[in-house]
Design a protein around this ligand. Structure first.
Ligand code: NAP
Length: 347
């Protein structure tokens, strides 16, 4: 399969994907019959370039490193905005990795809708469009006969969604439980291991670049809530929105509570839960005490964990160690391969 691809956003994730695509080009061709050509890149402040003949990915990466605009790599006039870019760009596949908007998923929701609507495949790392528009977007993709893949939205590149969708045929998922947010897990771990108070632990997370300048999306539990809703909607047939979760984050956790938990032989973890309950799916995000023999207690630092409880395999646990843009990029690459395998046609 040959794919003309374009990048929406060229930040940490899509640049890591660009490097991975260059590194894996021969594997993709030899093992999966996939060849690709990059026909466009859109950013917010570094320009937009469309080139139907193909633009050089190495040049694009170097330009961004030097702080230069991507626009000279394009042929023809520069599209004035991202929607116009999507409309004009002759890509078969858009890699969408623009920022997540936790309030309504926009403008990325419109980007994905526009790309699918014109009959292009979309592979996204952005939680917003999935959390706020999964049913609509999946139906649109089916109607147009294209793929809408988003493995990297939960647990970065680990196949958290893929296990549920592909790896558990005929199983009934009763419950999904996990630690989905790296930043809060890192904060709790530093409080436990080094006796830092909450504020100092947040500063440490910012210093190593895993927490935003405004860390409230993570600390207040919204990032976890969005991921929990994605799991519930995609794997358990729910139709929830992040506001249905009413998350409780780690903002009220004190060093005293962390120490008391340790004295009681327990740990505090920010637990995401989606559970079947009398025909509905109940979701929650809140700090909980977990005993040391619970796998959830063993996830430390930036690692994440997901546990599926099913009627066939009982409990199945996956841990992703030390995720980052590179592992997220792998999720996008894996989605591209699954697209070429025609997985969307079976959905
Ligand atoms: N970082 C991770 O490991 C990770 C893990 C899982 C999921 N994700 C998700 O992946 C997405 C990207 O993350 P990231 O770390 O790569 O973010 P990032 O480094 O901030 O990059 C975002 C990119 O999007 C561009 N952009 C912003 N608004 C845009 C618009 N309206 N149209 C076109 N491009 C636009 C930015 O342009 P400029 O270059 O001009 O600023 C930048 O290139 C986010 O939704 C994030 O939640 C990230």
């Amino acid at each position: 399969m040959h794919l003309d691809v374009a990048f929406l956003g060229f930040g940490n994730v899509n640049r890591a994907l660009a490097q991975l695509l260059l590194r894996k080009a021969s594997t993709l061709q030899t093992d999966y019959g996939i060849t690709f050509n990059v026909v466009g890149i859109a950013t917010h402040s570094r320009g937009r370039a469309i080139n139907p003949a193909g633009l050089n990915l190495g040049d694009a990466l170097e330009r961004v490193t030097r702080g230069e605009s991507l626009q000279p790599l394009g042929s023809g006039t520069e599209p004035p905005d991202t929607l116009e870019f999507i409309t004009r760009c002759p890509a078969d596949l858009f890699f969408e990795a623009t920022p997540t908007n936790p309030r309504d998923g926009q403008p990325a929701l419109s980007y994905v809708r526009t790309a699918l609507g014109k009959g292009a495949h979309v592979v996204s790392a952005n939680k917003g469009p999935v959390a706020f528009g999964y049913r609509e977007l999946a139906a649109l993709a089916r109607e147009r006969g294209v793929g809408f893949f988003f493995e990297s939205t939960v647990l970065d590149g680990a196949p958290a969604l893929g296990i549920g969708r592909e790896g558990l045929p005929a199983a009934h998922i009763r419950r999904i439980r996990g630690v989905f947010n790296s930043t809060t897990n890192y904060i709790l771990t530093r409080m436990e291991a080094d006796g830092l108070d909450l504020e100092a632990a947040i500063c440490e997370a910012q210093a190593i670049g895993i927490a935003e300048t405004d860390p409230t999306l993570d600390v207040d539990g919204w990032d976890s809530a969005i991921k929990t809703v994605i799991m519930a909607n995609v794997l358990m047939g729910a139709d929830l929105r992040p506001s249905d979760v009413e998350p409780v984050g780690v903002g009220e956790i004190t060093l005293e509570r962390v120490r008391q938990a340790q004295a009681d032989g327990k740990r505090i973890r920010l637990i995401c839960l989606a559970e079947r309950d009398q025909g509905a799916v109940r979701v929650s995000v809140r700090p909980e005490l977990v005993s040391l023999d619970d796998p959830l207690a063993s996830v430390s630092g930036t690692s994440s964990l997901i546990e599926y409880e099913t009627d066939t395999l009982h409990r199945l646990t996956v841990i992703e160690h030390d995720p980052g843009p590179d592992t997220t990029a792998y999720g996008l690459l894996a989605d591209m391969v699954n697209l070429a395998r025609g997985r969307h046609l079976a959905a």
